[in-house]
Design a protein around this ligand. Sequence first.
Ligand code: CTP
Length: 449
Amino acid sequence: MATKVITYGTFDMFHEGHRRLLERARELGDHLTVAVTSEDYDATRGKLNVQEGLMQRIEGVRRSGLADDIIVEEYEGQKLHDIQSREIDIFAIGSDWQGRFDYLSPYCQVVYLDRTKGISSTELRAERHGTIRMGVIGSGRIAARFVPESRFVSGVSVDVVYSPTLEHAQQFAAAHELDRACGSVEELFAAVDAVYIASPHGTHADYVRAAIAAGKHVLCEKPLALTADEASELFALAAEAKVVLAEAIKTAYAPGFRRMLAVAQGGSIGQVVSVEATFTKLLRAGREQQAPDGGAISELGSYVLLPMVKLFGTEPAAVRTTVFQPQGAEVEQFASIELRYPHGVGTARVGIGVKAEGELVIAGTEGYLYVPAPWWLTDYFELRFEDPGKRERYYVKFAGDGLRYEIGEFAAVIRSGALTSYMLRPEESIALAKMVETARSQHDSFGVE
Ligand code: CTP
């Protein structure tokens, strides 16, 4: 009987290492099946910045003439299924995976083949497109999460940091093994192609202006700006300078959130009529509790308003806000923002001194979509209907801190030359800034001792 061999890979920019791997895999038997990873699967397992689309990668494998059969790998656990259903005798893979697939050995022989030295898709991508050198402005909590996440995105390298206090920058550089702590933003700009701004909210706009003026692409933490005018101005500057300006609302770039939006818009729950989103975080002290830039709305508003903008659009007919600010507190601790749209209602709740269930409920004319807390790190959601027995569950991987998705998209947009991403368009960021501005400046406020 013929000996059947199978191997798996992304096979981006089909190269000599791939060819040699397939040649040797083929020699192990009489029939070789090559499984090429789908885009979705690569994204969910955190392999970002794959250059070629699935069809191109399949074409690369096909042209090698080494595969008898080509299939697509779409989900975790598929290998076991393929091996059994296709009656595979040998599973072969490169030695970079040594030991990782031993669990398949009860079902077939597992062979690790020496990897060809000196070549990889990662290196080819870097050669073709260069590495995007990034610098971090700010050395606080979120910056500390950004650096490790950036290491999951191939073709991006974070090497330098700036903080107004050089000592903080130096500590940060040492903790994250960066090349250098910069004593000025000018020094940082000179060393990079792009910057990530993770400074206090009120300082975002000035850093963005300076970075754009220096010709750098900018990924800026949310909120990009606290007024719509400022957000518009910054996007206009970026467009003029032909650099990418992206607001780092990580939820917008997460595969689970995007899938959830697609399901909500796909008609399964009918027409969307109501979106309710809640996000609270207990932040007792620190700049979030300080005027003029702190408060629940500026801290968390971008998250809860994002699904409204995505599902109802950028122009609510009315925004009504009630905030709770205890006497003695510098900023609001809780806010409920109601948005009226022609076809529906959005209710967004945020709190920095209040804890509530962080759910998202999207109600439609046929059913509703329920995303449990923490919905902003979307990895699970359900479709529910009048009949409680009719329920559909969706699981989508959300790897690590999730910042890798926004970094991956930022890099992809820089490379493509498109300048903006459909995942979070400039007009959507501007609308979010406008809603945050309106909610903060026009509200019914009350408080007690
Ligand atoms: N491979 C190999 N020698 C290389 C590169 C890859 O033998 N120099 C093997 C891998 O071990 C794997 C298969 O080719 O069995 C497909 O690997 P893939 O991850 O698609 O290729 P890489 O070049 O390693 O991609 P990346 O740099 O994106 O990880």
